[in-house]
Design a protein around this ligand. Sequence first.
Ligand code: ADP
Ligand code: MG
Length: 240
Amino acid sequence: MILFRNVNKHFGDFHVLKDINLTINRGEVVVVIGPSGSGKSTLLRCINRLEGITDGELFVNETPIHHKKTNINKVRRDIGMVFQHFNLYPHRKVIDNITLAPKKVVKVTDEEAKETAMRYLHKVGIPDKANSFPAQLSGGQQQRVAIARGLAMKPTVMLFDEPTSALDPEMIGEVLDVMKTLAREGMTMVVVTHEMGFAKEVADRIIFMDEGQIVEEAIPAEFFSNPKEERTRTFLSRLL
Ligand code: ADP
Ligand code: MG
């Protein structure tokens, strides 16, 4: 579903992604971990071309993202993205935050958009907040709205960039629970997170990045109990 082939990315002189080769299959949950500044966000942002790659090839659902001619807006409809800071529109009600893109981009009717939005608000556990404004919600609730908004476009893959890092500790669980449900239902997910419990429980595969490289990738059981690379061991030992 997502294929990186010898992908490199520079910011000016700075080589941020170094020869990335990575395949993510349909239905797979891949967790990306690594120190701050290692390129995790950039890796995610390349997938929907929020950042362009410098060289190599990058495919999403067989569409070449690296080709200038590719209609990226069409590709982006298929990719939901959830950020650390929820990026909701503060002056719009929860329901309108969710219906906006389907109405504007996919031209679904008002009624259909509302129906879909309510379905996903149920799914994330806060249908009663439909007519609230973002500021009236807790951080955990706002992030669940952001997830519902992503899902309302019926994407084939969801990208999460540290979705719980800005939350108070008591709200992390409710967001991770929604993500676990999605994973169980077979959504393809790429998740950058520091939540190792989530990684152990939900990931099909863990990618460890350091200094722009994929240093190691393994299934969680192997990754946590028997990391092969020195850099991975050092990183994991610092978490304890
Ligand atoms: P991570 O998400 O792992 O913390 P990032 O992908 O955000 O890492 O950033 C990787 C490196 O690229 C960092 O050193 C960061 O400062 C740099 N970087 C990120 N975005 C830009 C940008 N737009 N211009 C220049 N440098 C950037
Ligand atoms: Mg980041």
